[in-house]
Every structure is written in C-alpha cells, then in structure tokens.
Design a binder for this molecule. Structure first.
Ligand SMILES: NC(=O)c1ccc[n+]([C@@H]2O[C@H](COP(=O)([O-])OP(=O)(O)OC[C@H]3O[C@@H](n4cnc5c(N)ncnc54)[C@H](OP(=O)(O)O)[C@@H]3O)[C@@H](O)[C@H]2O)c1
Length: 445
C-alpha cells in the first residue's frame, strides 16, 4: 500500500499528482480530493454498532476522509459493513483483521495502511493498547470511551491522561471521548461557557432513550460495557468532591421537549463528569442522569441476583468463564437492533451559572429518531449518536484545527466548528433558556 511519500506533485503549480511509479492520479478539480485521499487516511478499529456508523459517515465526507480501512477482531464483520457502505455511499473501504490488544500488530497495520488517524471504536479495554500502537507507528489517536481494566469495573481518565507527555514528545494528538456522552455533552458545555455564561455553576446531563427495540431485554450498546456502567456505584460531584451513593438510588421524572415523552431518569456515574469538573473548575455540582424502562430494570435486577453480571471468572465444566461475557454472547447484538427500534432519543445538558452578573439557566439538547438513523445508515440511534460525533471529532483533527500534540479531552478544544458540524451531519441541536423554576425542576441534589 502506498504512503504519502510515494507520491509526486508535478507541474508549474505542483497541481498534478503522480505515483512514484509515474502513474497519473489527478489534476485540476480532482486535485484537492486526490490530495486528501492520499493524506487523510484513517484506520477505524472495531466493527460493532458504532464502528458501522463511523465507517458510513466517514465515507459520506470524501472531501475530508481519504482511504478508509475498517479493522476488527472478526474480519467477516468488517467485510459485511464494507459491503453496506459500498451500497449506500458508492465508496469502497478496505478491511483488515487485527487484535487490538496487540500494540505491535496494530502498529504494523497502521504503517501498512498509511493511516494518519486511528479511530478507536472497539472496547474501552483496548484504549491503552491502541494508544501504544499509535505511538509506535506515529499516528494520531481518538476514542469515544475511557479506559477500563478488564478485571475491575472502574473507569477513570488517569490511565489515559498519563500518556500526555508521550504524545506531546512524539508530536501526536490524542482526542478522548468523541461520542455523544462523553463527547457532544462535553462540547455543549464548552460552547455554553464560550457563548452563554461567564461562569458555569451546575451541570445536569440527561440521557433519555425514548425508543423501544421490541425485545424482552437488550442493551443499546455493547452489553458488557453497558451493564458494568449501570451497576457501578453512583458518583456525582458536589462542593469540590465526588460523592458516592448506591447504584440507581436517586431518580425522578423528566419530560423531554418536542413530545418525546416523560421518563424516569436515574442518577449514575458517567466519565465526562471527571474531565468537565477538572477543566471547568467553577462547576459546583455535576450530575449525570439516564432513563431506564421498568422492564430493563426488572431484568437487570434478576440478572444481578442470579450472578449473571459478575465479571470475575467462574469454573464451568472445567473451563473458566466470565458470567457477564457469557451473558453478552446470548443477548441481542446492539448493532442488529436498528431494524426493530422505534422512537426517539433526547440527550442534553441543563446548565446554570451567571452571565453579566445575573443568574441564567439553559437546556441544550439533540433529539434523534431511531428509524431515520436506520434509513440513513442501517443503525439505531444509540450507535448513530455515538458514531456521528466520532466522525466529526476525526474531521476536526484531520482539518488541523484540533491537531495539538498531547492528550486532550474534547471540551479542551474550541467547540464552534464541531457544533456547526453537528447541524450539518445529522445531529442538529437546539437550546432554550429556562426560568429559575424550570431549572430547579431539573436539579435534584
Ligand atoms: N461516548 C458515547 O456516547 C458512547 C456510546 C455508546 C458506545 N460507546 C463506546 O463505543 C465503543 C463501541 O461500542 P459498540 O456498541 O459498537 O460495541 P460492539 O458492538 O460490541 O463493538 C465492539 C467491536 O470491537 C471489536 N473488538 C473488541 N475487542 C477487540 C480486539 N481485541 N481487537 C479488535 N477488535 C476488537 C469487536 O470485535 P469483533 O470484530 O469480534 O466483533 C466489535 O466489533 C465502546 O467502547 C463503547 O463504550 C460510546
């Protein structure tokens, strides 16, 4: 496979591109696209629900994304996605098999593809291995979820923040958490701080999935990661420290705008709280809420009670198995839920603070329709709302605006171009000013 060094720019204005073997590639109008094709090669790792959306959305923006390679543990999944991408967009993407836990193997694939950016939409367990691979091969890195060790259900940024100097010294950029939450919710907060507030004081992130997949029990994204997340102790930030409470112990009703409906939302820990309170130190309280149906909670309780959510190995017929990993194998694949899922998601932030010395509160949100997503890319809205911001984050890096050596959470970059791209690429946002009474309704301490 050829790398940028294997091309020659020819002509008075260097506007004709030839390969080093003398094969003519492009000139004139096709020049910019051909240049981007050569320069902006990306390697997507993970052929799950989110990986499929990222592959589709990158393919739909040929003026930014050059050669695209989709690699995962199971080659047939990459090939099936590549076929769908070809059918829907007309673009051919390359596929490869890789074990993302093997940094040397991934580094070799980065070199072979000539990728400038690695988009990690495998699982959080792979984050550090993939960051190592990028350092070995000299490639920028981005992901949508922070690192989690396989044997402890604990997620925090410390492990990835520890790579700051390594990326800086290598002149490479790493972008952490470019999904919806984390991702868009962080950018919403950065945008609010830039345009709506002098100081932010409270932040409530509210993630409602008003959709129904028609199954008895299924998770919207990787079941193992989803169940580890919702069964973890709840932590929210208050008066300068994180406070722990039992999982799902705090909940309240929330009515979404635009007729999405009224749902019970549960307070839980979510990773963006950690980076947002660090980077916006005026925040006094930060909470994360997610909606769950009574049916989901009923099944989850039974699964927990019978030990099926355990992440420690048990011996079954002489073989060690991890109950949660076995459960994942028998649950519906989130990537296949698109066909049957109906309804809308509504994810947004209630933010309070001061502007010009006066108190102010806003709600900024996106509403996304599962069936519309399925029509566009063959996926449900959870994969879509994660995959689109991953493409947009990648676009900012390739455009150079967010290419800054080091390891960065998404709220540390300027939000404006990303916010404009959300409107342009399928996740339009709106914001409303809230009265003090309305704002108080959203904020349960
Ligand atoms: N920020 C957000 O808003 C948000 C929301 C939802 C999900 N996420 C994150 O998005 C990521 C993907 O979620 P998903 O629902 O698409 O999960 P998924 O459907 O389970 O897909 C994960 C993919 O990663 C591949 N993979 C796992 N281990 C691998 C390894 N060692 N080497 C190579 N490939 C490996 C899997 O391999 P196979 O090829 O064998 O299938 C699978 O294709 C997760 O990290 C999740 O936490 C973020």
């Amino acid at each position: 496979m050829e790398t940028p060094g294997q091309y020659k720019l020819v002509g008075k204005f260097r506007r004709k591109i030839f390969t080093r073997h003398g094969e003519f590639l492009a000139s004139g109008r096709g020049f910019s696209q051909a240049l981007c094709h050569i320069m902006n090669k990306v390697l997507i790792i993970g052929a799950g629900g989110v990986g499929s959306v990222v592959a589709h959305k990158c393919a739909m923006v040929p003026e930014v994304f050059g050669e695209i390679t989709l690699a995962s543990r199971t080659l047939s999944k990459c090939e099936a996605i590549a076929k769908e991408v070809k059918n829907r967009t007309g673009r051919v993407i390359a596929t490869a098999k890789v074990d993302a836990d093997d940094a040397a193997e991934t580094a070799a694939l980065i070199r072979k593809t000539g990728a400038k950016l690695l988009i990690n939409v495998a699982l959080p367990y792979q984050d550090l291995h993939l960051m190592d691979a990028c350092l070995l091969a000299g490639c920028d890195y981005m992901d949508t979820a922070n690192y989690e060790p396989l044997d402890v259900a604990k997620f925090e940024y410390s492990w990835q923040w520890a790579y700051q100097e390594k990326f800086k010294n290598a002149g490479l950029s790493a972008l952490l958490g470019s999904g919806f939450d984390p991702g868009v919710t962080n950018v919403y907060t950065a945008w609010a701080l830039k345009h709506q507030f002098d100081e932010i004081h409270t932040l409530d992130i509210i993630d409602v999935n008003g959709g129904n997949h028609g199954k008895a029990f299924a998770t919207n994204f990787n079941p193992e990661i989803n169940i580890r997340e919702v069964t973890a102790e709840c932590r929210h930030f208050e008066d300068g420290k994180f406070v722990e409470t039992p999982p799902m112990s705090k909940h309240q009703e929330f009515t979404c705008p635009d007729g999405v409906g009224t749902y019970e939302i549960y307070r839980m820990y979510h990773e963006e709280l950690e980076s947002l309170v660090k980077h916006i130190p005026t925040i006094k309280r930060a909470q994360f809420w997610m909606s769950f149906s009574p049916n989901y909670l009923k099944h989850l309780e039974v699964l927990q009670n019978v030990g099926m959510t355990r992440i420690d190995p048990v011996v079954y017929q002489g073989v060690e198995i991890v109950p949660l990993q076995f459960l994942k194998a028998v649950l519906p694949n989130p990537g296949d839920l698109g066909q049957s899922t109906k309804g809308r998601t509504c994810i947004g932030n209630v933010i309070t603070g001061i502007k010009g010395g006066k108190s102010k509160a806003i709600y900024i949100y996106n509403i996304c329709d599962h069936e519309v997503c399925f029509q566009e890319v063959g996926s449900q809205a959870i994969s879509y709302t994660t995959g689109v911001p991953a493409m947009i984050g990648a676009k900012q890096i390739l455009a150079g605006d967010w290419r800054k050596p080091g390891v960065w959470n998404i709220e540390q970059h300027d939000p404006d171009a990303f916010m404009a791209d959300l409107n342009a690429h399928g996740l339009p946002w709106q914001f409303i000013e809230l009265s003090p009474e309305q704002a108080a309704l959203f904020q349960v301490a």
